[in-house]
Design a protein around this ligand. Structure first.
Ligand SMILES: Nc1nc2c(ncn2[C@@H]2O[C@H](COP(=O)(O)OP(=O)(O)OP(=O)(O)O)[C@@H](O)[C@H]2O)c(=O)[nH]1
Length: 786
């Protein structure tokens, strides 16, 4: 059988089967016992629905059930009408054939056909229980009920068929008692079998209709439905069929005609009107039908609309679950690792939209056919569930966008600030714009419709971080600038301070202060220029200028301290002193003569030099009246003016005095040296006394050669500067000789002592016993020796 049957949609929106496509529907159509003799509902209906090609039919299928007394040719009629293969009674047995409820599909049409066990069955005796249950089930699940009647039973108001009809009406009222506004109708197609024709069908129909209304009126109706009419719930159609056995051909022709009413939507008496449809999507039919049967079995109130709602809830949940599982599996493979690695996913928003659309479409496709209230609610639930899942990605991506924007901002700032020239505030503005764009573009792209997702909080945090980064960058740049300015100040101040302090004068400090002022002025000009690019406020600039002044002053102090460190200061004093003491007014070195008054010179020079100590001791602002630098808790200007403490000054004075004394002595000694010359006569005496020795040397060639060698050797030693090595060699040799000589002397002394001890031992042995006097003398001698 072709399961992919095409359908046409009728103007009323319902699908129906295009008969031209059913030509190949010739294979046997499987049938299924829906409810068995044990009143158990089948588990395999979904499988059969698929086999019949109705699994995906949605609303495009119809259901018809047949009702009637046992062995009234119901199965025969259904097989003839729908091409089904329900069991037909064997003429020879005449026993009940249809047990329970059977179902199959009509050949060439999307119609579920139910063959219901005949009523009044001998096999069941008086048990009317199953009749009621099967009627209830058929009414709840079918659009059209075929009622099978023998012609001769028409008018027999008290007959078995009338009991059956009463049951049908009663159960129908039960189905709608809880939802009285519902006007779902069922078509009762009454087929009069073995219609001979002597009584026109119309007359039979009229009689039957009267009977039916009588039955209806006689029903005890539920509360609220007391005045309802039979036509509120039922439409009626009547048809007659000739005797099958006696007029088989006519019977077949009429059955074929009757089939048209089920098959041709354009037929005037087409039975499957949309308002009869139970609105149960084909994929939920088994759940619905089994649920109804379950309710019937457990004797619970069977309320059709509630059943439909329950079915909708069940099926919508099922459909949502399938759609969600598919969505979840797609989502799982959806680059989660990328987000975990801190990277961003391109087009995440578009991809999430697609995934969501796919899931919602899958849900809508099947679930939209169910109860609309339930469907809409479940759809919202599903969307919430999808959004919860997707929100994880939204939040993850937002976090990574945040990181991306921060690192971009940071990197851009760093790169731009490395350049030789830049305008800080411009650099920050540009970097901020770029980073913002990256974040906002990514964040906006991810916001899905119908969500309350927002990135404003993240954006606020991001802005705060941008602010922190730019503030830090600004502070760093300012620090760098201050450092550069300090360096500049240091360089500019170094020479003037050094020069001024090496040539101490009363104006020394004035010169230094002047240098400080001009340096600070230069620095301030630079600072004001740069501060503009930092968008600094006047207050900030003011503070920075003050800082610069203090900074520069500290640099000045540092340089002064270096220049006036103890050794440096003593050096300066000594050079000043030497200048005055050792050089004359023309700057030439003084050669002291005995007549020079060294004491006076020395005193003047020393006193003048010592006067410099108080000059160096404190920065003098006499000539710079009003010069001041605002102090703060870390900086005390007045205190910074003192260079040398009192104690230090005394210490330096003493140390310098000691050093200067040396110059005095040296001067005195140089006078003595120039005065103590060797007198001329002494040369004459030496010449006279050494004349003979000189002549002896000159005359003796040996002496002369030795003398010349001695002189030459001495010259070589002098020229090659060998006196040092020679001296060391001589020292080593002398040391060695001394050592050897000492050893020899010790050896000699030991030998003599040994000989003496031997002699004494011989003397003691020969006198065998000596007097104590002798022993004493011996001991004394030994002690003496020792
Ligand atoms: N007189 C008469 N007999 C018929 C007609 N149609 C079928 N039969 C016979 O009636 C007998 C019962 O036919 P079924 O089709 O089995 O009747 P049924 O109502 O399905 O029987 P159960 O399923 O047992 O209730 C068979 O022997 C048929 O040949 C008919 O139109 N007129």
């Amino acid at each position: 059988m072709d399961n992919t049957l095409t359908e046409t949609i009728t103007p009323n929106g319902e699908g129906t089967i295009s008969t031209t496509h059913w030509d190949q529907d010739t294979k046997p159509i499987p049938r299924l016992q829906l409810v068995d003799e044990e009143q158990k509902f089948t588990d395999v209906l979904p499988k059969y629905m698929n086999q019949w090609g109705l699994g995906e039919a949605g609303f495009k299928y119809n259901v018809v059930a047949v009702f009637g007394s046992q062995s009234t040719g119901k199965s025969t009629l259904l097989n003839g009408l729908f091409g089904t293969s329900f069991d037909v009674m064997d003429e020879t047995q005449r026993s009940q054939t249809t047990k329970g409820i059977w179902i199959s599909r009509g050949r060439g049409m999307h119609v579920l056909v139910m063959d219901v066990e005949g009523t009044d069955g001998r096999e069941r005796g008086e048990d009317q229980d199953f009749e009621r249950k099967s009627a209830l089930f058929s009414m709840a699940t079918s659009e059209v009920i075929i009622l099978n009647l023998w012609e001769h039973q028409v008018g027999l108001y008290q007959g078995a068929n009338m009991g059956l009809l009463k049951t049908v009406f009663e159960v129908n009222l039960q189905l709608f008692q809880h939802n009285q506004s519902s006007k779902e109708k069922t078509l009762l197609l009454i087929v009069i079998r073995d219609h001979v024709g002597s009584t026109p069908l119309a007359n039979l129909a009229k009689t039957l209709q009267n009977d039916l209304e009588k039955i209806w009126d006689g029903l005890s109706k539920p509360e609220g439905l007391e005045n309802c009419k039979i036509h509120d719930y039922f439409d009626f159609m009547y048809t007659g069929l000739p005797h099958k056995i006696l007029l088989p051909e006519k019977f077949n022709d009429e059955v074929a005609n009757l089939r048209q009413r089920f098959n041709d939507p354009n037929h005037a008496d087409f039975v499957f009107r949309p308002n009869y449809h139970k609105r149960i999507p084909a994929d939920g039919y088994h759940v619905y039908a089994s649920g109804i049967w379950d309710k019937i079995l457990t004797n619970k109130d069977l309320d059709l609309p509630t059943q439909q709602e329950l079915l909708a809830q069940y099926r919508c949940d099922e459909i949502a679950q399938v759609a969600f599982e598919r969505f979840a599996s797609q989502l799982q493979a959806f680059k989660q690792p990328i987000l975990e690695k801190g990277q961003t996913i391109d087009d995440l928003g578009a991809q999430m939209t697609n995934l969501r659309k796919e899931a919602v479409d899958a849900f809508d496709k099947n679930a939209s056919r169910y109860h609309q209230g339930v469907y809409q609610k479940k759809r919202l639930d599903m969307l919430t569930k999808l959004h919860t899942q997707l929100n994880v990605y939204f939040v993850g991506q937002l976090k990574n966008l945040h990181k991306k924007a921060i690192s971009l901002f940071d990197a851009t700032l760093k790169a731009e600030l490395k350049k030789a020239t830049y305008n800080f505030s411009q650099v920050v503005t540009d970097a901020l714009r770029t980073a913002h764009d990256v974040f906002l573009t990514g964040a906006k792209e991810m916001i899905l419709d119908d969500t309350d997702w927002s990135y404003t909080h993240e954006l606020a945090i991001l802005d705060e971080e941008f602010d922190q980064i730019s503030t830090k960058a600004r502070a760093d740049e300012f620090k760098k600038m201050s450092k550069a300015l300090s360096k500049q100040v240091e360089n500019e101040l170094a020479d003037p301070i050094s020069i001024a302090l090496n040539d101490p004068q009363p104006t020394t400090w004035h010169k230094i202060i002047d240098a400080y002022k001009s340096t600070v002025e230069n620095g301030q000009t630079t600072l004001i220029k740069k501060a503009k690019s930092f968008n600094s406020t006047d207050e900030e600039v003011e503070d920075s200028l003050l800082d610069l002044k203090r900074e520069a002053w500290l640099v000045l102090r540092k340089k002064v301290d270096e220049e006036l460190a103890d050794t440096m200061l003593l050096l300066k004093l000594r050079s000043q002193f030497e200048e005055k003491f050792r050089y004359d007014d023309h700057g030439l070195p003084r050669v002291w003569k005995p007549e020079d008054d060294i004491d006076t010179y020395f005193k003047h020079a020393r006193d003048d030099t010592l006067k410099l100590i108080p000059l160096f001791a404190k920065i003098d602002l006499k000539e710079d009246e009003g010069f001041d630098i605002e102090s703060n808790e870390d900086f005390d200007f007045q205190q910074s003016l003192t260079i040398l403490s009192e104690a230090k000054q005394i210490d330096l004075t003493n140390r310098f005095k000691r050093e200067s004394d040396a110059f005095y002595l040296e001067a005195k000694r140089s006078v003595v040296a120039t005065t103590a010359k060797i007198p001329m006569w002494l040369g004459g005496v030496i010449l006279a006394l050494g004349w003979n020795e000189f002549m002896a040397v000159i005359r003796s060639p040996i002496y002369l050669i030795l003398f010349i060698l001695l002189i030459a050797g001495g010259y070589v030693v002098y020229v090659l500067n060998l006196w040092g090595p020679i001296e060391r060699v001589l020292t080593v040799v002398a040391g060695e000789v001394t050592r050897i000589a000492k050893e020899r002397v010790i050896e000699g002394v030991d030998l003599i002592r040994e000989q003496q001890q031997q002699q004494q031992r011989q003397h003691v042995v020969s006198s065998s016993s000596g007097s104590s006097m002798e022993m004493d003398s011996l001991h004394k001698e030994k002690d003496k020796d020792e």
